[in-house]
Write a protein that binds this ligand. Structure first.
Ligand code: FES
Length: 97
């Protein structure tokens, strides 16, 4: 199960392997702010509370856009992290502003 939360909504859906968190938000009409889809604007930034191990490893773009501490704490760029394995994943949209 994939749970996506924003300030206004909360939705659950079946995770699809190979799609990003942002792909899931867009497919399921979750109002998830984003802009570049290339890992540079960070508008899609999110906090992954559960299921970090079910996601792809941080991309080079995430490594350069996010602080190492943020990655360690569980922050990701939703356009960059792909579902790698089925399971329970929970992500909250956390843009900087
Ligand atoms: S949409 Fe720009 S970093 Fe994800």
């Amino acid at each position: 199960m994939l749970e996506l939360k924003t300030r206004k909504t909360q939705k659950t859906m079946e995770p699809e392997i190979g799609l990003s968190i942002l792909d899931h938000a867009l497919k399921n009409d979750v109002d998830w702010g984003f802009s570049c889809t290339r890992g540079t604007c960070a508008r899609c930034r999110c906090y992954v509370a559960h299921g970090r191990e079910l996601l792809s490893l941080p991309s080079d773009e995430e490594e350069s856009r996010l602080e190492p501490e943020e990655i360690e704490q569980g922050y990701r760029l939703a356009c960059q992290c792909m579902i790698k394995q089925a399971g329970t994943i929970s992500a909250t949209h956390k843009p900087y502003f």
